[in-house]
Design a binder for this molecule. Structure first.
Ligand code: MTE
Length: 314
């Protein structure tokens, strides 16, 4: 599959910040970066992020668990572009989040590039509380704000031969020190089948806890598959491509024996290095049994009924 590696800063002419502003910002960053707290850095590096419009919580998706304290969910993160530690808040806060565009291309009748704020205006946004289960056996329960991926795909009209969807994450070398670790197969690409993409659970968050999505959690725009291990939920997405070939995902390229394409949660199938039988809840630290499809089987089990030969789990 040919993927043109589009970087987050390649944006339509109309949205480009005037050069003198960029130059001033860079000069400021260079001169003052070491002295400024990270929140101030983020404001310099990025245009303003507008608050989320009013929206409702969708009660169809019952969390059946306490919501994870916001502080835990926003300070314990996996985002390798910013480093391999769980504490990448300071690094991530330097990521410019406006302007931000998402290119939707490949096997679609109407390829398009959208500004993230245009999507928030165009599509029905709502809050959903989902459980997220990492293959490292920790879990959180998060109120995401966003829209269903299927709503976005309707705009671009997938063609009949589109069988898979890939999600490509931003590569911003100036603010992502992890990109210098050249043994990783950057950019971070994840994928799913077209049926999974059209499933009602597949969600594109632009917010969390009622506020715009923070950089460390994949702001300004990510994907979430609540029934799959968290590594499938790519962060800071800049490109969505419809294709007839199965995308090779980032973690699969690193270690194919540990990270398969489907990666659905199953407590009975151990990862080579970790049992998947239980999970630790961020916040309380409580250990609870893991459920098949992370408890979302009623919505997704039917997607896999004729796939006995596939490696459906981790
Ligand atoms: N997306 C990108 N671009 N880079 C990453 O390193 N890590 C993944 C996933 N998405 C990752 C990513 C993993 S392993 C997990 S568990 C989740 O993001 C974690 O999401 P969270 O930090 O919001 O909890």
């Amino acid at each position: 599959m040919l993927i043109r590696r589009r970087r987050g800063y390649e944006i339509p002419e109309s949205q480009v910040t005037p050069e003198h502003l960029v130059v001033n910002r860079r000069a400021l960053m260079g001169a003052g970066a070491a002295l400024l707290p990270s929140a101030a850095l983020a404001q310099q590096a990025s245009g303003p992020v507008p608050p989320l419009p009013e929206h409702q919580r969708n009660l169809r998706y019952r969390p059946e668990r306490e919501i994870t304290p916001e502080r835990e969910a926003t300070t314990y993160n996996n985002f390798y572009e910013f480093g391999t530690s769980k504490n990448i808040v300071r690094e991530a806060s330097r990521m410019p989040m406006r302007p931000w565009t998402i290119q939707v291309d490949g096997m679609v009748a109407k390829p398009a590039t959208y500004g993230v704020d245009d999507l928030i205006r165009l599509l029905p946004i709502e809050e959903r509380i989902y459980r997220l289960r990492c293959v490292e056996a920790w879990a959180m329960t998060v109120p995401w704000t966003g829209f269903q991926l299927s709503e976005l795909l309707k705009l671009v009209e997938p063609t009949a031969n589109a069988r898979y969807v890939s999600f490509t994450t931003a590569q911003l070398p100036a603010v992502m020190p992890g990109l210098r670790q050249s043994w990783y197969p950057w950019p971070h690409v994840e994928g799913c089948s077209i049926a999974e993409a059209m499933n009602e659970l597949t969600f594109m968050p632009v917010g969390m806890y009622g506020k715009p999505l923070l950089a460390q959690n994949g702001g300004p725009f990510r994907v979430v598959f609540p029934w799959k291990y968290g590594f499938k939920s790519g962060k800071s997405v800049v490109r969505i491509t419809l294709t007839d070939r199965r995308p090779e995902n980032f973690w699969f390229k690193i270690q194919p024996s540990e990270y398969g394409f489907w990666a659905n949660v199953n407590p009975e199938v151990a990862h080579p290095r970790w049992s998947q039988a239980t999970e630790r809840l961020l916040g309380s630290g409580e250990r609870v049994p893991t459920r098949i499809f992370n408890g979302y089987g009623e919505f997704v089990a039917g997607l896999y009924t004729n796939m006995q030969r596939e490696r459906l789990w981790a």
